[in-house]
Design a protein around this ligand. Structure first.
Ligand code: HEC
Ligand code: HEC
Ligand code: HEC
Length: 415
């Protein structure tokens, strides 16, 4: 409620500010700015361009990549430390081609390989909205990558190999709703930036689009329509509910997806979420290798079962069914059986908190259990969860847990 009041006041204040910027503040501009704001939300720009406890859009968040740390810059309209001096053309070139006004290359930690699909009219609306925000003076050190990755010219070769510029082209054989969903998911929503595996050069693999990837010690699962590892069991309404409220009868959004839901999808119009859901359901399924479940009599399963009953069943229930909207279901859970067990290990060791949204303000939390379970105990319970109640996935070893625990605790956990 107070959030709504704040947002409305904000919009009204925008008008004079925008007028002062030189453009006529007529009703059309008002619409543009409201539309620009909605598109900025769909693009989740604030997630990367805001430092912890920093001003929104003023930059300073360090993004970890396999090549080193990349700083997200200030994109407020400050003239010296932000993009105040950029024209609409400069802005569109950055978004569509990954180039700064001086021609230098931006790194794809900035998801321009996705934003390139956004139409110019939508980019102009985002530009107009960003210019209505209070300019913030905040200088961000841009040269943080080690040699040779600090040579921005290298990106020229990367672009030649892995980047296709150009706006989204609707598929005339598909419905308008599917195409709207594709435009949003493949463009501003940049779902593939997290859900698609990377190649060795940090480029999304188009042949594995949305088949799952690892990000910040979490697994961003397969979100194709596969019934086992993907969203095949979810209806369009289930997907909309998850994106709108951060939870449904199958799962709760935590980790990086919690941020996506809280900043972006929960604030998007339901019609757009439905379009994304239709797109995800209709574009096809891509499975992962199947495995045979370990026998219940296997000693690792027995060790895992004992830990599960002792440590997990109070919330997730003995039969893995969980409690709808509160404790996620582990039986039949796609998250539990992804090839990559990163989320399972991480959530047991460091805990997690589900998204809090207007539609679902509860934000249930899972306690961190890393302090009371050894690596071999975590491996056993993870193996048990992956091979019980109809689930089947490769067992997890103590060594895998050990390596991952070091990365999780090294990365100063939190969520
Ligand atoms: C996943 C993180 C991420 C998201 C989401 C993101 N950005 Fe960025 N952005 C970056 C990073 C990192 C850079 C700097 C890349 C570099 O230095 O080469 C950047 C650079 C930019 C630049 C160039 C600024 C400059 O001074 O060079 C602009 C403009 C920009 N982003 C706008 C946006 C807008 C608008 C959105 C939302 C539609 C957005 N970004 C979403 C990470 C992100
Ligand atoms: C910043 C990275 C990131 C981005 C961007 C992102 N996701 Fe996710 N997504 C994740 C992670 C990580 C999870 C797993 C969350 C968990 O285990 O609670 C996830 C989970 C999901 C799930 C639940 C899958 C399941 O089986 O439980 C859906 C559906 C989903 N994302 C859809 C989307 C869509 C649609 C987009 C684009 C609009 C998107 N995601 C963008 C990281 C991301
Ligand atoms: C006090 C209750 C509680 C206990 C005990 C607990 N969990 Fe959880 N668990 C939760 C809640 C709440 C969530 C949702 C929050 C989140 O995803 O961050 C969750 C999330 C999960 C998820 C992610 C599911 C998804 O769909 O994203 C897995 C996997 C999981 N728990 C496994 C376990 C295992 C294995 C144990 C025992 C070692 C355990 N949990 C103990 C409450 C609990």
């Amino acid at each position: 409620m107070s959030g709504m009041a704040l947002r409305l006041r904000h919009l009204i204040l925008l008008l004079p500010l925008f007028g002062a910027g030189g453009a006529a503040a007529g009703p059309d501009n008002y619409v543009d700015i409201a539309r620009g704001k909605a598109l900025t939300i769909a693009g989740d720009c604030v997630a990367c361009h805001t430092a912890p406890r920093g001003q929104p859009f003023a930059g300073g968040l360090a993004l970890q990549t396999p090549f080193g740390e990349i700083m997200a810059p200030n994109i407020t309209a400050d003239n010296t430390t932000g993009i105040g001096s950029w024209s609409a053309d400069d802005f569109a070139r950055a978004m569509q081609e990954g180039r700064r006004p001086d021609g230098s290359h931006l790194y794809p930690a900035f998801p321009y390989p996705y934003y390139t699909k956004v139409e110019r009219g939508d980019l102009d609306a985002i530009y107009a909205y960003l210019r209505t925000l209070q300019p913030v003076e905040n200088r961000v050190d841009r040269d943080t990558l080690p040699f040779p990755f600090n040579v921005r010219l290298l990106m020229k070769g990367w672009n030649a190999l892995f980047f296709t510029s150009g706006a989204f082209k609707p598929d005339p054989a598909r419905s308008a709703e599917f195409n709207r969903g594709a435009y949003l998911a493949e463009g501003l929503g940049h779902c593939g930036a997290c859900h698609t595996p990377f190649n060795a050069f940090g480029a999304s693999r188009n042949d594995k689009y949305l088949e799952g990837n690892q990000i910040d010690n979490w697994t961003a699962p397969n979100i194709t329509d596969d019934p086992r590892v993907g969203l095949g069991k979810w209806s369009v309404e289930d997907i909309v509910q998850y994106l709108k409220t951060g939870q449904n009868g199958f799962s709760l959004a935590s980790g990086p997806m919690k941020d996506v839901v809280e900043n972006s999808t929960s604030k998007m119009p339901t019609s757009d979420l439905k379009a994304i859901a239709v797109y995800l359901k209709q574009r096809g399924a891509a499975s992962a290798p199947t495995s045979t479940p370990l026998a219940a009599a296997n000693p690792r399963m027995q060790a895992g079962e004992a830990i599960y009953v002792d440590t997990c069943a109070a919330c997730h229930v003995r039969n893995g069914e969980g409690v709808a909207h509160l404790f996620p279901k582990l039986a039949g859970s796609a998250v539990a059986i992804q090839q990559d067990p990163a989320t399972l290990i991480r959530i047991i060791i460091a805990g997690g908190r589900a998204a809090a949204t207007d539609g679902f303000p509860t934000s249930p939390a899972m306690p961190s259990l890393g302090y009371r379970l050894t690596d071999s105990q975590v491996a056993a319970v993870v193996t048990y969860v992956r091979n019980s109640w109809g689930n089947a996935a490769a067992p997890v070893t103590e060594e895998t847990v050990k390596a991952r625990r070091a990365r999780i605790t090294g990365a100063a956990a939190g969520d």
